[in-house]
Design a protein around this ligand. Structure first.
Ligand code: URP
Ligand code: ZN
Ligand code: ZN
Length: 475
């Protein structure tokens, strides 16, 4: 099944919601694209007709922060490109941007080629990569230029945390910002002060503090704030836009807010888990809380209040999942070195949590239904702005004539109870186990192909296409 062979389909009478529109109309999809939007569109017998009365017609979600088959230190995330992108599709996400990791023995271009080899035969939604750049020299900068000009890879991620694993120093980050910014791309930063955090971890372990709760206590918000401020100043000097991944705290957010008010092109995402949960989950020594060991850790209810304000008023522009799944049970589906690895030492717990399948529905429930986000803003945060900031718009992220026919039919009146056993990730848990949520993804079209129909999987491994990306659209 390819975009050119998808049967033309008319979505009849749905409520189309984009970042700025809200109206009832018909959508005709043909040759993988949105062909026509109008009223009472007439079609012949060759066109399939889907009645969407009472349903929202949303652009397919764009999730620009996911980790499939990512090698992180000694471990690997437990979703393959196949399982992870199938889970994405069931959650209404039709485009993902994953990571290609530059290693000590690998060039930037080699990293892209390696990620492509793994992803291409497996993915069932459209995809791209940010390259994680861990060291910078003249050759790396040449490769970065080549990747941007010839490979359609226009974003790069750097870490201010994880010394000795992925951390880059300030000069390396500055060099990347200067070049990538000048060429119209984006550097995404993981902002935490890695060396101070490593010292706090060492001191905690020396004091005999081994339980997962110390993960949170050794990654204080103030060190996220410090790194965020530093990253902003580097971007300001480099005259480049910058994007902060997984902003969790007001300590970090307040620097983003100030910089934006000063006119510095600073952009930032938060993730559903920072909105759904707070640090009260860490008030136990039960190893079960390892499922909440992600970086940065969960913060205080007061931080959530600030995150919501920023989401409403555009100081945060994106909600991405940071889907970074590790199993709780060692050996689940054969995966080793998962969360149990840190049973006696919290610093060995692989950092990350699943979430790719529940982003749309959980944010619909806690954002739209609880009156914190308008429907348009919801779409903007999970589809349109990530597409714009990472060079995918208007091909992705909206419903408009000529855009890819990536469309979700969403039932706002349905309710569902989330269970890991019903989800499609390889991960053996969900943070939302037992939670009742309003809203449900009913049908998902990828370039006009129906890939999810209720509980039925109609997609196919390898049908996802690599999307060459263009310049960021930052304003
Ligand atoms: O805990 C997290 N977020 N793990 C994934 C790696 C990263 O920092 O994004
Ligand atoms: Zn990160
Ligand atoms: Zn991540």
């Amino acid at each position: 099944m390819s975009s050119s062979t998808a049967q033309p389909t008319l979505i009849r009478n749905g409520r189309i919601i984009t970042a700025c529109d809200d109206y009832v109309a018909d959508v005709l999809m043909s040759h993988g694209l949105i062909h026509t939007i109008g009223h009472n569109i007439e079609v012949g017998p060759d066109v399939a007709v889907v009645d969407a009365t009472g349903l929202y017609v949303l652009p397919g979600g764009v999730d620009t922060h996911v980790h499939m088959e990512n090698v992180i230190g000694p471990t690997i995330t437990c979703d393959s490109f196949a399982s992870g992108t199938r889970a994405a599709a069931f959650g209404g996400t039709t485009t993902v941007v994953d990571f290609a990791l530059q290693t000590a023995t690998d060039s930037v271009l080699g990293a892209i080629a390696r990620a492509q080899r793994s992803a291409e035969p497996q993915v069932s939604v459209d995809y791209s990569f940010h390259v994680i750049v861990t060291h910078v020299d003249d050759q790396v900068l040449k490769d970065v230029h080549y990747a941007m000009q010839h490979e359609g890879v226009t974003s790069f991620k750097m870490f201010m945390a994880y010394p000795g694993v992925m951390m880059a120093d300030d000069a390396a980050i500055f060099r990347m910002l200067r070049q990538v910014g000048a060429e119209g791309g984006m550097v995404a930063l993981h902002a935490e002060n890695g060396t101070v955090i490593d010292l706090l971890i060492k001191e905690a372990l020396e004091a005999g503090h081994t339980s997962p709760r110390y993960h949170a206590m050794t990654r204080p918000a103030i060190m996220e704030g410090e790194a965020t401020h530093r990253g902003i100043r580097l971007a300001e000097l480099a005259q480049a836009p910058i994007y902060f991944v997984h902003v969790s705290s007001n300590e970090a957010l307040k620097h983003v807010v100030t910089a934006r008010a000063e006119g510095i092109p600073v952009f930032a995402e938060t993730c559903p888990h920072y909105l759904l949960f707070d640090d009260s989950v860490y008030n136990t020594d039960d190893f079960e809380i390892a499922k909440y060991v992600m970086t940065p850790p969960l913060r205080k209810p007061d931080d959530q209040k600030h995150l919501w304000r920023a989401l409403r008023y555009d100081d945060l522009q994106v909600i991405a999942t940071d889907h970074c799944p590790f199993c709780m049970k060692e050996g689940h589906l054969g995966y080793r070195m998962q969360k149990m690895r840190g049973k006696d030492d919290f610093s060995l717990i692989p950092n990350g949590a699943p979430g790719i399948e529940t982003r749309m529905v959980s944010l619909f429930d806690i954002g739209v239904m609880q009156g914190k986000l308008s429907l348009n803003r919801f779409v903007e945060l999970i589809a349109t702005t990530p597409a714009k900031l990472f060079g995918l718009f208007p091909k992705k992220g909206t419903i408009a004539v000529g855009s890819d026919a990536d469309v979700v039919l969403f039932d706002p009146k349905a309710t569902q109870t989330i269970r890991a056993k019903d989800l499609h990730s390889n991960c053996d848990y969900t943070l939302l186990e037992g939670r009742e949520l309003r809203g449900r993804v009913e049908k998902v079209f990828l370039r006009g192909n129906l890939i999810v129909d209720g509980a039925r999987w109609l997609g196919r491994e390898g049908m996802g296409k690599f999307v060459p990306r263009g310049e960021v659209r930052a304003f």
